[in-house]
Design a protein around this ligand. Structure first.
Ligand code: C2O
Ligand code: CU
Length: 466
């Protein structure tokens, strides 16, 4: 244990000092490559053998680590990152959740050709909004091999209502894939693993499939977990990111209640809960005042008999906590989107029209559709710059879907009330959910399920204008 200590992020005043081993790797990389963009990060995508704590694995990485280096920026400022592709395959970097210049969106076949092996691509873009984001490859299943990392955009005007912050990056890391972008998909199609005891009522009674044996917090398995070291009485902000391909997590911190302050980067009215569910592509920030001791930070893999686990320790020498949290902490009160309110009265203009998108499954069971179309001939929603549209997502499939729109944030509707701002939203089986989108960023934008298997099996559309 203790490997995570060196990855603690210390906040002093209004600027961050990252003591991250991951950041040091990036810095070393930068020194050896003077060609990198000025003051930027080098993301060298390359095969590497990494330790997940309990186990060494051969996989694909940014700079030799999983996750990749933490990238920090300031709202209104620039991000500069040079992708160096040392993989035996094409790749891109997508900046998930950022209202970005479409040429920098890393969406292959939409606005960017993927970067070939041996080539580089400079990502240079402004980040308009503060918040918790992440970056990942957008080619095939590459994200599932470890090609992801956190992107934290600081808000210079935000009064620091906390003493310290930690990034919690969740992943259902997949072993046994061999190098081509779609190998995981082949593996999925060959998979027959099923366990009828692992039913999730929350997800409409659908059974989880167990094909991701390694559930990670910051690249570490429960056997040798990440340790977040702090002090009793400190108020700590946790930035929780779900980079998994196929797993929602139910997150709880033993002995503590959590006050949710942000969803997908955007502030919400503080909501205090015992646990919350985070789907793939979602982010939640919470603050809590830490007690004395060592506490389990648990992310239960929804519908699966597995968990990701880390330790929050405020007393040096405190005994290692159990790898579980008490049942009440997981069940007393699960956060629903309707519980969340926007923090400010930042209402979008009234939508002029409604677009209904039906989320469906073809009878084959491995083709997922938007209005009965697959990605090869995708649903295209054409909009005008400046209009606001309402998208009603109507899930008529037997599975839940975390739907994500590139280049925008949308505002959830809770009946007639405005809900929170997000860019990724879970829709349960047979549920309908409405979001309002202000079309203020012309481009061709992916709109897809962030279950990577569903994405690769067709569940991808386009919002286009300009
Ligand atoms: Cu993380 Cu197309 O998304
Ligand atoms: Cu889906």
């Amino acid at each position: 244990t203790g490997g995570g200590l060196s990855r603690r992020l210390l906040f002093t005043g209004t600027f961050a000092v990252a003591t991250s081993a991951l950041t040091e790797v990036a810095t070393a990389d930068r020194r050896s490559r003077p060609r990198g963009p000025a003051r930027g990060t080098v993301l060298r995508a390359r095969p590497a053998t990494v330790s997940l704590g309990g186990r060494k694995v051969a996989t694909w990485t940014y700079g030799g680590t999983v996750p990749g280096p933490i990238i920090r920026a300031t709202a209104g400022g620039m991000v500069r990152a040079r992708l160096v592709n040392d993989l035996p395959a094409e790749t891109t970097v997508h900046w998930h959740g950022i209202r970005i210049d479409p040429r920098m969106d890393g969406a292959p076949g939409y606005t960017q050709a993927p970067t070939k092996p041996g080539r580089t691509f400079d990502y240079v873009f402004r980040v308009p909004d503060p918040g918790t984001y992440f970056y990942h490859s957008h080619v095939g299943m590459q994200n599932d091999r470890g090609l992801y990392g956190p992107l934290v955009v600081a808000d210079p005007r935000e009064p620091l209502g906390y003493d310290e912050e930690f990034v919690v990056l969740l992943d259902d890391w997949l072993d046994g894939i061999d190098g081509t972008p779609d190998d995981a998909l082949r593996r999925l199609n060959a998979s027959t693993e099923h366990d009828d005891t692992l039913r999730s009522d929350l997800l409409g009674g659908v059974t989880g499939e167990v094909r991701h044996p390694y559930h990670l917090v910051n690249g570490r398995m429960a056997e040798a977990p990440e340790v977040f070291a702090s002090r009793p009485g400190r108020t700590v902000r946790f930035r929780v990111i779900n980079a998994a391909a196929d797993t929602a997590y139910r997150v709880a911190l033993g002995g503590h209640r959590m006050t949710i302050t942000h969803t997908d980067g955007f502030p919400c009215a503080p909501a205090t809960v015992d646990t919350f569910l985070i789907g793939m592509g979602e982010r939640y920030d919470f603050v809590t005042r830490l007690g004395a001791g060592a506490f389990p930070l648990v992310a239960l893999a929804e519908g699966k008999q597995a968990r990701a686990f880390a330790i929050v320790r405020t007393t040096p020498g405190a005994r290692r906590p159990p790898r579980d949290v008490k049942v009440p902490e997981l069940e007393r009160r699960l956060l629903a989107y309707a519980d969340l309110r926007p923090r400010r009265a930042d209402a979008l203009p009234r939508p002029g029209r409604t677009v209904t998108v039906t989320l469906g499954m073809r009878p084959s069971g491995n083709e997922w559709t938007l209005n009965d179309r697959l990605a090869a001939d995708p649903l295209r929603v054409r909009v005008e710059k400046g209009e606001t549209i309402r998208i009603v997502m109507d899930n008529q499939s037997p599975m839940w879907h975390p739907m994500h729109l590139h280049g925008h944030t949308f505002q959830l509707r809770a009946g007639e009330r405005r809900g929170v701002r997000k860019d990724t939203v879970n829709i349960k089986p047979r549920e309908r959910l409405s979001v309002d989108v202000e079309c203020d960023n012309p481009g061709e934008w992916m709109f897809h399920c962030h279950n990577l298997y569903h994405q690769e099996q067709g569940m991808m559309g386009v919002l286009g204008y300009g």
